[in-house]
Design a protein around this ligand. Structure first.
Ligand code: FMN
Length: 317
């Protein structure tokens, strides 16, 4: 009996933690991104608020890709999203001076004008603002390594009539718009992902550990005094188990991102499953340059055969 009780208390080294409000930072260690969210009010004035609870929501199989943001419903960001529905998620690299500014912009109570007066980031137009001169969009932060330009999908969960109020009395939505007395969730459709050139090249040409941006990890507000974050360290690669080499899925994944105009059918991808991983991008690029020379935008097994014949002939030469 005694040993049973001990076992429950001990649980192989685990203790049962009390789950309280904001459990991700009060009852656990949850690694989070730091994102500076820019939004605009009805006059087009850009405000920036700091957010960590912002994650991928629709990642495949829907007509669009989306993020979800969890935020305080009295924040400037929430008010602006309810009013204009447009935002940009600015991901800043690991740098103490940026994190200091992140914490300053994460302090509740100031109006957008008060906050932005001394903002140390460089604000520039994003892709949407450059393409639609007649419309107003939030500025983006030039120092970011990547920016997601997003639009709130207000129709989801029937949130299209949610308006800014002094107090939110309910009824509340489940997952979009005003979701509780103090909280809001926003499903944000991703319109554009803007990426600095070095990291763009890492994604297109193949990853290597030197090609990652410096991404800080936020652990939230912990001791009623500080926000805690860890500095970036070089990422390491862990190979997948042997015999699980280049499967069809990974060929499809690489083929889907090699070029915005040239696409591969699944059957064409199947013909590349035997290509050793280190050469896959090179081979795909060869296919793309053949396709461009020949005005082809969809590579099927027929085109693959032409490309293979051409390659075999070149080898024989
Ligand atoms: C690193 C960091 C992460 C934060 N993450 C969140 C979050 O995910 N959700 C939230 O409601 N508040 C978060 N906050 C607090 C908001 O930044 C704070 O409410 C701020 O007033 C929002 O600015 P705004 O009113 O201009 O939107 C965070 C603060 C910091 C410093």
């Amino acid at each position: 009996m005694d040993s049973e009780i001990k076992k429950i208390e001990n649980m192989d080294g685990f203790k049962d933690m009390r789950i309280v409000d904001n459990f991700y930072q009060t009852s656990s260690f949850f690694p989070m991104p730091t994102i500076e969210i820019s939004t605009i009010d009805e006059n087009g004035f850009t405000n920036i608020g700091s957010y960590s609870l912002c994650f991928p929501y629709y990642i495949a199989g829907k007509e669009y890709y989306a993020m979800v943001l969890e935020c305080r419903n009295s924040s400037n960001t929430c008010k602006n999203l309810l009013k204009t529905g447009k935002c940009a998620l600015n991901f800043l690299p690991d740098d103490k001076k940026y994190f200091k500014e992140t914490v300053r912009l994460g302090f509740p109570g100031d109006t957008p004008e008060e906050k932005m007066k001394n903002c140390s980031y460089t604000l520039v137009d994003g892709k949407r603002a450059r393409e639609n001169k007649d419309e107003k969009y939030p500025k983006i932060v030039k120092e970011a390594y990547q920016v997601f330009e997003c639009t709130w999908v207000k129709e989801l969960d029937g949130a299209e009539n949610d308006k800014v109020q002094e107090e939110y009395k309910g009824p509340y939505h489940n997952f979009n718009g005003i979701t509780s007395e103090f909280g809001a969730h926003f499903i944000l459709k991703i319109d554009n992902i803007l990426m600095k050139e070095k990291y763009y090249n890492t994604i297109i040409n193949g990853v290597n550990s030197g090609g990652f941006p410096n991404v800080p990890v936020d652990y939230g507000y912990r001791d009623s005094k500080n926000f805690w974050y860890t500095k970036f360290k070089r990422p390491i690669a862990m190979p997948i188990p042997k015999n699980k080499g280049v499967g069809l899925d990974s060929v499809k994944y690489a083929a889907g991102r090699i070029d915005p105009e040239v696409k591969f059918t699944d059957e064409a991808c199947e013909m590349l499953v035997k290509v050793p991983r280190p050469f896959l991008n090179l081979v795909l690029k060869g296919c793309v340059s053949w396709a461009k020379e020949n005005n082809v935008t969809l590579i099927t097994p027929k085109e693959m055969e032409i490309i293979n014949d051409k390659r075999a002939k070149e080898k024989n030469k």
